[in-house]
Design a protein around this ligand. Structure first.
Ligand code: FE2
Length: 376
């Protein structure tokens, strides 16, 4: 079986594309003003910056929100003639850009396009009174994009063109710290080409793999491979549906997103009990807790943990252990009407893996929801 730890496998990634972390995640949404209110009220994101008609942008409005190091950009088109309108018409609200913070956006572009990346945006410098930002972009799965952001010569609020967003409505944060990983769903037989793309074009390493024998329930199955850059700051697990008695949750996603795209964004906290209690009180909906047996068997499966099992069970938090420690995690329901994008809240206590021991409990919870929607 596995001889290297997950941390050791990250070091196998190549360094032609040094990445400092996630710069921002941009969602295309039908109504950015209302989405921004939701992410502030429910998740505790803070108002940071705005670009729109009031700042000289004629065709879109974008709201930038931040919590810890997690930066969300919510963009909406103002007219149907804007190409973003087509994206929303087809996919619904969803993630368009997974932006990566780099030291050299030109080099990132050259290194990836010469290895076969499809061009989204040629390197371009944007300037304002606060300096300059150089950006470039390439396509990944579906219509999703990786932007490379070089901001070493910039001290403005976000990007040139954005102004500080002063709001009188400022709900407290919920303890969310940084993006842990972002998962993509791809179509049938598309996982291996996508994994190869991350290896060859981005220099990432495949640090974990799960096949449909490990990830299955009575009804459905999926396959998953986790891709990581060398320092482990950026991790992109890739899921592909697998044949089962009923429809895979990945198939349901692909059907409703009408293509490949980001399935979930995992965000880290250092106190999951506190964060989840807070999020629930603010109206974030989570998947239902696994059956009592899951918690009765917890000690046997993962050994001793610092948290009280009763408190974890009350919130429906899942626990898993690997050879480096353990982790606690929980998944929200989709954050829009289409059963597409959702969030994961994760607290790592040493473990660098992804909760494989929870997959069955998690998928059974998702299937209960799928069944309610008539999509199982
Ligand atoms: Fe995850």
């Amino acid at each position: 079986m596995e001889t290297l730890t997950t941390s050791a496998k990250m070091k196998l990634a190549q360094d032609f594309l040094p990445i400092n972390g996630t710069d921002y995640i941009e969602l295309y949404v039908g109504n950015a003003k209302q989405s921004a209110h939701y992410y502030k009220t429910a998740f505790g994101f803070q108002s940071v910056a705005y670009a729109g008609p009031e700042t000289g942008v004629r065709d879109t409005a974008s709201y930038v929100l931040q919590q810890g190091k997690i930066r969300l950009v919510l963009t909406t088109p103002l007219k149907s003639s804007n190409p973003i309108s087509e994206h929303i018409f087809k996919h619904g609200d969803g993630v368009k850009v997974l932006a990566l913070w780099v030291d050299d956006a030109t080099k990132a572009f050259e290194e990836t396009t010469k290895r076969g990346a499809k061009v989204y945006m040629e390197p371009k410098t944007m300037t304002d009174a606060h300096g300059e930002v150089r950006m470039s972009g390439i396509y990944t799965y579906g219509e999703t994009v990786h932007m490379f952001v070089e901001r070493k010569n910039y001290n403005g609020i976000f990007l040139p063109g954005y102004e500080k967003w002063e709001s009188e409505y400022n709900p407290a944060d919920a303890g969310l710290l940084h993006v842990d990983h972002c998962v993509g769903n791809v179509g049938w037989n598309r996982m291996n080409p996508t994994v190869k793309w991350y290896e060859e074009v981005m220099g990432f390493a495949n640090i974990l793999s799960f096949d449909d024998k490990q990830i299955n329930t009575e009804y459905s199955a999926l396959m998953s491979k986790v891709m990581s850059n060398g320092n482990g700051y950026v991790k992109f697990p890739i899921n592909e549906p697998a044949e089962g008695k009923k429809k895979s949750q990945i198939e349901e996603y692909l059907e409703f997103y009408e293509g490949e795209g980001v399935q979930h964004i995992a965000v880290a906290t250092k106190d999951i009990l506190k964060t989840v209690t807070e999020l629930k009180a603010r109206g974030v909906e989570f998947l239902s807790a696994p059956p009592n047996a899951y918690y009765e068997e917890l000690n046997t499966r993962v050994g001793a943990i610092d948290e009280e099992v009763a408190a974890i069970q009350k919130l429906g938090i899942l626990v898993d252990r690997d050879d480096e420690g353990y982790l606690l995690q929980i998944f929200t329901k989709p954050v829009e009407d289409r059963p597409t994008l959702f969030f994961e809240i994760i607290q790592r206590k040493g473990a660098q893996s992804f909760g494989a021991g929870n997959f069955k409990a998690l998928f059974e919870a998702i299937e209960r929801e799928q069944e309610k929607r008539g999509n199982l």
